[in-house]
Design a protein around this ligand. Structure first.
Ligand SMILES: *Cc1c(COP(=O)(O)O)cnc(C)c1O
Length: 376
């Protein structure tokens, strides 16, 4: 066996597709036969269903999660010279969207326990140029939103939630995307609600913002080919919307499968080696977009697993503030100590709703074996 081709993949969609293949093909055919491919009923009904799922009034479907973040900032008139406080322990697109809007990302460190935005360090990052806080609900778990919203309120700051990894996650009974001015979601295939291609959504209960978002995604036009302002083309296809609507109706099953896999990992890996398991909080609901452990022996464990055909990933290996593409921000190594330390320890294990439980057992067994506590 080659050590580069895993027989336990980190993620794949084919099993899920094959299970419902004829239904998916019916959805595709019904869109093709409808005679409408762009901004029709499928997009409108998905926007409505998704907004209801998140507990907000309006959804504006866009081309990607990055676009949802970017257009959210544009709709709030955040741009040149404005600072947006976010984290460096995130996917590149969080920060790319801030830069694309012309604003300046300012990084706050993360909490040791959760790896999420350290809300108690936010106040120190707020300057006279700060306009917005962009919390990132990473791995499927939400940031501590109550103190964050209080701080934003007292400083008059907008809040754009990066919900790309946290579709359906909740905090004190309310879902991700329903706290800030706008919640930005991604339907990239690997995400909790994944399209068969790219997709995103900006969710908001503010009807002025949703109207602005609707025209920004459509060349700035509201009607009659007349642009009210310079805009963009950032639409979700009818085809993807119809497929996403179909999957949204089944999301509870998919999420409970994710949780079941997470439970198996947590039971099987408790007390093994120096492993730290994902933190869980009584007031938050984890959706397990990723199951990310920590270990000081990350690279040798990863290599050991790879040799056994088990694919793992690092989400994410380099904090954004240390990337070449963001050198001009002038950040230095050592500036965000918790973020930097965690980036050397985190390791995400194979996880998707249809992952065979034998694969999960094999991963657990291999990790136990690495730490000398397994039977193999
Ligand atoms: C996936 C992701 C995005 C971007 O979504 P795309 O749909 O790929 O543009 C933004 N932020 C985070 C945290 C993500 O994981």
């Amino acid at each position: 066996m080659s050590d580069t081709i895993p027989n336990i993949p980190f993620w794949q969609y084919l099993t899920g597709y094959e299970q419902l293949r004829s239904e998916y093909l019916n959805v595709v055919d019904s869109v093709f036969m409808s005679g409408r491919l762009i901004l029709g009923n499928e997009v409108a009904s998905f926007e409505k269903a998704f907004a209801a799922y998140c507990g907000v009034k309006n959804g504006v479907a866009v081309h990607s999660g990055t676009d949802a973040l970017f257009l959210a900032l544009k709709s709030l008139d955040i741009g040149s010279g404005d600072e947006v406080v976010t984290v460096s322990n995130t996917a590149v697109p969080t920060v790319a969207a801030i830069r694309a809007a012309g604003a300046v990302p300012v990084f706050v460190d993360v909490e040791e326990e959760s790896g999420l935005m350290a809300v108690d360090e936010l106040a120190a990052k707020i300057s006279s140029c700060t306009r917005c806080i962009m919390p990132v609900h990473l791995y499927g778990q939400m940031v501590d939103m109550q103190p964050l919203m209080e701080l934003a309120g007292s400083h008059g700051l907008a809040v754009v939630e990066d919900c790309a990894q946290a579709c359906g996650a909740s905090y004190r009974g309310r879902r991700a995307g329903s706290f800030g001015d706008i919640g930005a979601f991604s339907f990239y295939p690997t995400k909790i609600l994944g399209a068969f291609g790219d997709g995103g959504m900006a969710a908001t209960s503010d009807s002025t913002l949703s109207r602005r978002l609707l025209r920004l995604r459509f060349y700035g036009i509201e009607s009659d080919y007349h642009a009210e302002e310079p805009g963009y083309n950032s639409r979700l296809d009818e085809l993807q919307a119809a497929l996403l609507n179909f999957k949204l109706a089944r999301i509870d099953t998919a999420v409970s499968s994710r949780r079941q896999v997470a439970r198996l990992y947590s039971e099987g890996l408790a007390g093994v080696g120096d492993i730290e398991l994902p933190a869980v909080f009584a007031d938050r609901d984890h959706q397990y977009h990723l199951y990310t452990i920590r270990t000081a022996q990350r690279s040798s464990l990863m290599q050991f697993l790879r040799k056994r055909g088990i694919e793992t990933r690092i989400n994410y290996p380099t904090p954004i503030h240390l990337m070449r593409g963001y050198e001009d921000l002038g950040c230095r190594k050592g500036e965000l100590p918790v973020t930097e330390r965690l980036s050397e320890m985190i390791l995400s294990l194979p996880l998707y709703p249809e992952i065979p439980h034998e694969h999960v057992s094999s991963v657990i067994e291999a990790i136990r074996c690495y730490f000398g506590t397994g039977t193999g």
